[in-house]
Design a protein around this ligand. Structure first.
Ligand code: SF4
Ligand code: SF4
Length: 587
């Protein structure tokens, strides 16, 4: 059955995995890649799972490939940094079953801590990379990537960007093959055991493979020349191709579908057309431009376009022809909505107390990074997944004993299991003195509430073993462990202050499920209201930053929006005048 359907790039990659006969899919969630695996769960023929981090996800994919199955591993751009260790050696071993690694990059940092162009990883790891320009190509290139992986004995990158991952376009879908090769063990240690003696030989294979791929790709339809009026030529790839078609409709275009290795002979042939101007138009780094210039070809590129942020048709128009950016971006007219934790978020009271305690907070990646925002303003650093505990150790090494006591690392449950546990081992082993708060909300919340080894459920919602964070901390040597309910503000305050004063490692586990997980929020709570007779207008409750609390500037009193209040009662505990009241039994 062939059919046309409307799919996002991520949905198309999931569908392609099904159509390509994939047996194993593994990932750590991260925007904009997360929906690929969530959509793969619709295909019961594929074993799909969340891994504790991207390195493990890739290692699982490698194992499946070595067993002879096709496997897909997905992650956001910064996830490839975590997976880089096995990746570079996988490039040497090659594969058995086809292995595709999706890197979903995030130009403009819609939801990321840096802006990173992972085409560089393809060149660095010597792994071929496809880059689709719409959902149809996302599907086609994913299937093609599996074939290339097996044909050239290599892992293959598929690079998406936020626009491709989340935009929808029409896609032709097909069926899964009826006969899928049965995986079975096959020994080949000279290829798969990368001791130096074997790896030296494999490096030669890798270099030859890149040459073969380059030559082959020059004659493949995914690298194509589209004839225009002949005056202007453009070399482009990915989503930039769509903007070129809009802003330079008359140009000759060399659209590159495989961005590494580049089809150099095809580029030479295109450049030999002697256009009046030959552009390289690409988002972020001058990845194609530098290689084309190194071939001795004169092009116009990043001197016209920014190295920072997403390309848009407006930015392309402005870069090439000047003038103001057309207003395709209407966000300036929308009401400003500063990022904020949800009403009733279990992290809110913790940050309020950290602010009050004047703690120096080394932060991490998750919803709780929003603790940086005013009015909580209680985060001082945030570098990458799992870094907060190591950062706390490092900064404690250089401070006086008195200042060391101010240092508190905060980290979520998922992030702690991702890479934070290593930092805690180091902190104990090297006898640092900082306090660590594990914000255990039993879910990977910020990417959309995915399960993790501490949530007790798998990707397919099957109950499974739930990591005991307290026992885990004890196993790495932490002696001082306190478990608190962060909705209990006086206990939270007392515990934070006591543990900050302790001159050795201590861990506070703040245990409350994310309010957005119905499964874990069975406790019945009713919204509160503000009794204006008792409210003095002191505004202490506004320091919480709960979106349900509003300020009536005429009456100089607080109010609660009962539609969004979840009745956590944290505000009630911050008010010294008993103004926050319960409606009573609402039944
Ligand atoms: S999603 Fe959950 S953890 Fe994140 S801000 Fe909202 S309540 Fe807090
Ligand atoms: S009870 Fe108070 S702090 Fe909790 S959600 Fe309602 S208004 Fe916000």
């Amino acid at each position: 059955m062939d059919a046309k359907v409307l799919l996002s790039g991520n949905e198309a990659i999931a569908r392609a995995s099904y159509e390509a006969g994939v047996l194993v899919a593994c990932a750590y969630p991260g925007t904009p890649s997360t929906e690929i695996l969530e959509n793969i769960t619709r295909y019961k023929e594929i074993d799909a799972s969340w891994a504790p981090n991207e390195k493990v996800a890739l290692e699982v994919g490698i194992g499946a490939s070595f067993g002879g199955a096709r496997a897909i591993v997905t992650m956001k751009h910064v996830g490839v940094n975590v997976a880089a260790d096995p990746l570079f050696t996988l490039s040497y071993t090659g594969v058995r079953g086809g292995l595709v690694l999706v890197t979903a990059d995030d130009p403009e940092l819609h939801s990321s801590q840096n802006e990173q162009d992972n085409r560089n990883f393809a060149k660095f790891a010597k792994v071929p990379m496809f880059e689709p320009s719409d959902s149809q190509e996302a599907l086609d290139y994913t299937k093609l990537a599996f074939a290339v992986s097996e044909q050239f004995d290599t892992p293959v990158f598929l690079r998406s960007t936020t626009r491709i991952s989340h935009s929808k376009s029409v896609v032709n879908i097909a069926e899964r093959p009826k006969e899928i090769p049965q995986p079975k063990l096959s020994r080949d240690p000279a290829k798969l055991v990368m001791l130096p003696g074997n790896a030296r030989k494999r490096h030669v294979v890798v270099e030859q493979r890149i040459k073969d791929l380059e030559e082959w790709s020059c004659s493949q339809p995914f690298n194509r020349i589209e004839d225009g009026a002949g005056e202007v030529g453009v070399i482009t790839s990915g989503v930039s191709y769509q903007y070129v078609k809009e802003i330079l409709p008359e140009a000759d275009v060399l659209k590159i579908g495989m961005v590494y290795p580049l089809p150099k002979q095809l580029i030479r042939d295109f450049a030999a057309r002697n256009h009046q101007t030959l552009y390289v138009i690409e988002e972020l780094d001058p990845f194609i431009e530098e290689q084309v210039r190194a071939m001795g070809i004169k092009v116009v590129g990043k001197e016209k376009l920014s190295l920072c942020g997403e390309l848009t048709p407006g930015r392309l128009q402005q870069g090439l022809f000047g003038g103001s950016v057309p207003t395709e971006d209407t966000s300036a007219e929308l009401p400003q909505r500063p990022p904020n934790m949800c009403p009733g978020c279990p992290h809110r009271g913790i940050f309020m107390e950290l602010n009050r305690a004047k703690a120096y907070v080394t932060g991490d990646i998750g919803c709780y990074t929003l603790g940086f925002m005013p009015p909580l303003s209680a985060m001082d650093t945030c570098v990458c997944m799992g870094a907060s505990i190591g950062n706390a150790t490092g900064i404690s090494k250089v401070l006086s004993a008195e200042e060391q006591r101010k240092v508190v690392a905060v980290i979520g449950d998922s992030t702690f299991l991702h890479t934070g546990i290593n930092g805690l081992m180091d902190m104990v082993y090297n006898q640092s003195t900082a306090t660590v708060i594990i914000l255990d909300n039993r879910i990977t919340a910020m990417t959309g509430r995915q399960e993790n080894p501490a949530s007790g459920y798998t990707l397919s919602e099957q109950p499974t073993y739930q990591v005991d964070l307290e026992q885990l901390c004890r196993a790495v040597g932490v002696k001082n462990i306190r478990i608190i309910d962060p909705y209990n503000i006086s206990l939270t305050r007392k515990t934070i202050r006591e543990e900050m004063a302790r001159p050795e490692v201590s861990v506070i586990i703040s245990s409350r499920p994310c309010v957005l997980v119905p499964r874990d929020n069975l406790e019945r709570r009713s919204p509160l209201y503000v009794d204006h007779d008792k409210c003095t207008g002191c505004q202490a409750c506004l320091r919480l930053g709960c979106p349900a609390i509003t300020w009536d500037s005429d009456k100089k009193k607080s109010n609660i929006d009962k539609i969004i209040c979840v009745g956590c009662k944290v505000c009630q505990q911050t008010c010294g005048f008993g103004a926050f009241q319960e409606y009573g039994d609402q039944s």
